[in-house]
Design a binder for this molecule. Structure first.
Ligand code: 13P
Ligand code: ZN
Ligand code: NA
Length: 281
């Protein structure tokens, strides 16, 4: 069923595990992620970035996810990832998204508080959970390139959550979007420090390319939602490339879809095991 992220993130926080949030680009990726959740009996979040919704529209992703979620026995949430403005967050809510992120991390602290509070006031009034970001996750997410990586300060995080009313918080601990060119240096103790003073579930961005051990430790220390994007795109496309190498005569999009879905499903199942959300639906 299509549900908000409220219950699943609260349960994850209480249970000491994390819900996987997987970025999807098309119908095949939606089906693959939900099939993985079904096989693992795990709650799941599917999310789309601003560039993805520009490509396919909020309404179309909503229609695909809603149709697939309806058939699923597990809780499925549709989330706006890295919402870039109040207007886009409002449009996502109107389209039926059941969770939104407003990313004001490129603003200064007061600017971030202001835009985040505006979105939180609107979404909370509609019963929809809101994720925000404090500190800077490295790398390129969509068209937004973060400059110098700045990890989240625990006391600032506490003040930020209290002043904005957000229901979950993405924090920076040294991860970056995309694959890593060099091994990332993660400040994992910071997760525990933030968790000690912040009441809402914490979110880890940039998980593609992290080792299972790193992901596991971040979850044990308090991350309740973990985002995977690049890995899924790569798995989907690599499967299609392999098919084309083996059978260059392939022209039916369904053939690419089948191998792409299988690759994404297996990847997602593996990451879900690491997050500990298996059997938590
Ligand atoms: P990766 O592309 O590194 O998995 O990051 C995903 C993410 O944080 C989406 O918001
Ligand atoms: Zn992200
Ligand atoms: Na990454």
């Amino acid at each position: 069923a299509l549900v908000t992220s409220k219950q699943m993130l609260e349960d994850a926080q209480k249970g000491g595990y994390a819900v996987g949030a997987f970025n999807v680009e098309n119908m095949e990726m939606v089906k693959a992620v939900i099939a993985a959740a079904e096989e693992m009996q795990a709650p799941v979040m599917l999310q789309t970035t601003p560039s993805t919704v520009k490509y396919g529209t909020l309404e179309t992703y909503y229609a695909i996810v809603a149709a697939e979620a309806k058939k699923a026995s597990v809780p499925v949430c549709l989330h706006l990832d890295h919402g870039s403005s109040f207007e886009l967050a409002a449009q996502a809510l109107r389209a039926g998204y059941t969770s939104v992120m407003i990313d004001g991390s490129h603003e200064d602290f007061e600017g971030n508080v202001a835009v985040t509070k505006k979105v939180a006031d609107m979404a909370n009034a509609m019963g929809i959970p809101v994720e925000a970001e404090l500190g800077k996750v490295g790398g390129k997410e969509d068209d937004l390139e973060a400059e110098a990586d700045t990890n989240t300060d625990p006391q600032e995080a506490k003040e930020f959550v209290e002043r904005t009313g957000v229901t979950s918080l993405a924090v920076a601990i040294g991860t970056a979007h995309g694959f890593y060119k060099t091994t990332p240096v993660l400040d994992k103790e910071r997760v525990s420090e933030i968790k000690a003073v912040v009441s809402v579930p914490l979110v880890l961005h940039g998980a593609s390319g992290l080792s299972d051990e790193d992901v596991k430790e971040c979850v044990q220390r308090g991350m309740c939602k973990v985002n995977f994007a690049t890995e899924l795109r790569a798995a989907y496309t690599d499967a299609g490339k392999k098919l084309l190498e083996e059978k260059p005569e392939t022209f039916d999009p369904k053939k690419f879809g089948v191998v792409g879905m299988e690759a994404v499903k297996e990847l997602v199942k593996g990451r879900m095991k690491v997050l500990g959300c298996e059997g938590k639906a």
